[in-house]
Design a protein. Structure first.
Length: 234
């Protein structure tokens, strides 16, 4: 007996999707290789602090100069820096650390736009997958410093405080530089999230807002003096 033809026609493009999913098994090995290479490199780098911020800031802007100062201060106090490896804030931080003789790491990502590795990296890693790069930002850091930025920076900041809030990483200092830039967001945290019961009062203490790089390094050193540091939990 012949099989009856399907009553549900195959959606246009379905065969392409099927071919794509057939390659998932091999993609797992590529993901594993990217994790292994990143872990082997990052585990050898010593004390590190991750700095997030916009790729679009120009070198002649005040916030770039402040980022450059941040990188220098971190290096002078014995920290290596981790950035996304691009221009703007990332380039400023890498430049400050590099010129101060510090460890200056760039976690570069393959993107269609914006991401061109800056020249101030002592160690450069290149990622195809965002989620692997995100793990490396936080697995090996003793703190997070957030400068002004766009969607990517906002995502990285919120993920950092979410992982601390949910206990997926231990408590680390999360320092936001430039309170004026973030003021509308923090107002919404208070009057939107807190007042609606979406977060608790204690969740507003998961990050510290400071005006500049000097205040950021001062707070970071105070935190580590009292033992507030971490790696990602196993």
């Amino acid at each position: 007996m012949k099989n009856k033809p399907s009553q549900h026609p195959v959606p246009k493009g379905f065969s392409d999707v099927e071919d794509f999913t057939m390659s998932d098994t091999w993609r797992i090995f590529r993901i594993m290789a990217e994790f292994v290479e990143a872990f082997e490199t990052m585990s050898q780098q010593g004390p590190l602090v991750t700095v997030f911020g916009s790729a679009r800031v120009q070198p002649d802007s005040p916030v770039y100069k402040e980022a450059e100062k941040m990188g220098r201060l971190l290096a002078e106090n014995g920290y290596g820096v981790i950035t996304g490896g691009g221009d703007g804030i990332m380039g400023g931080v890498n430049k400050g650390a590099y010129e101060a003789g510090g460890n200056s790491i760039g976690l570069n990502i393959e993107l269609l736009h914006e991401q061109v590795p800056n020249q101030y990296q002592t160690h450069s890693l290149f990622f195809r997958y965002f989620f692997i790069r995100k793990v490396c930002f936080l697995k090996y850091t003793l703190g997070v410093i957030v400068f002004p930025g766009g969607y990517g920076t906002l995502d990285e900041f919120l993920e950092s405080i979410t992982l601390v809030q949910t206990g997926k990483i231990n408590r680390i200092p999360i320092i936001v530089v430039g309170g004026d830039f973030w003021q509308d967001l923090f107002t919404w945290f208070h009057h939107g999230l807190l007042e609606s019961g979406a977060i608790d009062e204690a969740d507003l203490e998961l990050y510290k807002v400071v005006p500049d790089a000097d205040a950021a390094i001062k707070y970071l050193l105070e935190c580590h003096r009292y033992g507030v540091q971490t790696t990602v939990k196993e």
